[in-house]
Design a protein around this ligand. Structure first.
Ligand code: GTP
Ligand code: MG
Length: 280
């Protein structure tokens, strides 16, 4: 039995299990610490940073760190600030194409505690969840150091989303999530259009509408201590209108078909007309 080859095969499978996607825009104060924190976890997480040409040189710092973590740290650079939603879509496609089984979303600013990655992973791996959401609004979850107006906005957005969509998720704007690979393979990612909070709601809504199981795992969310927030009024407006749009679209039959990625037929079904001709 050729053991060495066999071991390399097993090692490759293990190394392609978990990847954390971190979108960055001007995160030079956080990126080194967050990457060290993830790579020092017991579980073997890989990280993909999606940087939108941060003027503060975040991508350059990641490149230096790639020399320390050559087989765990990946970087995709995009030209210009294209928004959080498209950064994640880019990352999801990359992760699926590279064969990862558990694909995580996480902010760079330590609002999401890297130690909680393990609990999201366990919910998907051992507790039958297809999507595990790090949730502030279930028992055991919460916010720390967030100004009252941000808490109000975030809680308000979640209640508003539930009232309009009936989606049974208490923290629908949460951006700390683990998706099983088949969820991202099933969703037609090219049809996911929103960018900010609405993007987070749209992804969960799509997964729920396609029948996937969403589990909320309590987490404590902390306000960023370094760097600047990219929240703006446009993101809030998109959220308010976006939820209404989702609900409206979902009332029509073709919405479900739009959500679902079309199946690729290696051998396309033969057209009826062609069959008739063959019979003749
Ligand atoms: N690639 C990319 N990353 C972004 C963009 N906008 C925000 N980010 C990153 O997305 C993550 C979340 O952004 P934040 O500014 O923390 O937004 P937020 O968490 O909603 O707001 P705060 O609570 O104020 O921190 C951070 O890692 C940002 O660097 C963008 O346009 N492109
Ligand atoms: Mg943040």
């Amino acid at each position: 039995m050729p053991w060495p080859k066999y071991c390399i095969f097993i090692d490759t499978i293990q190394r392609l299990e978990k990847i954390v996607i971190i979108p960055t825009y001007n995160e030079k104060e956080n990126i080194v610490r967050i990457l060290h924190a993830i790579f020092s976890l017991e579980q073997d997480f890989h990280v993909l940073v999606i940087d939108d040409s941060s003027p503060d040189g975040t991508a350059g710092i990641v490149k230096q760190l790639q020399q320390i973590y050559p087989s765990q740290l990946f970087l995709e650079e995009r030209k210009g600030k294209l928004g959080l939603g498209t950064a994640y879509i880019h990352g999801f496609k990359w992760a699926v194409n590279h064969g990862y089984e558990f694909i995580f979303e996480m902010d760079a600013d330590f609002s999401h505690n890297p130690a909680d990655l393990k609990r999201l992973y366990q919910a998907c791996k051992y507790q039958h969840a297809d999507v595990a959401v790090g949730s502030r609004y279930v028992k055991g979850g919460g916010n720390v150091n967030w100004p009252w107006d941000r808490i109000l906005l975030s809680k308000g957005a979640s209640i508003y989303t539930r009232l309009i969509t009936w989606m049974p998720v208490k923290d629908s704007t949460a951006g700390f999530v683990c998706y099983k690979r088949n969820v991202l393979e099933s969703i037609n990612l090219d049809e996911i259009k929103f960018v900010g909070y609405a993007f987070q709601i749209e992804m969960k809504y799509a997964a729920w509408k396609l029948g996937f199981k969403i589990k909320e795992v309590p987490i404590v969310f902390e306000d960023r201590q370094h760097g600047v927030s990219k929240m703006n009024k446009g993101i809030v407006k998109e959220g308010i209108l976006g939820v209404l749009k989702l609900r409206w679209y979902s009332m029509f039959k073709d919405y479900h078909n739009r959500l679902k990625k079309p199946e690729i037929h290696l051998f396309p079904p033969v057209e009826e007309e062609a069959l008739v001709k063959t019979k003749q």
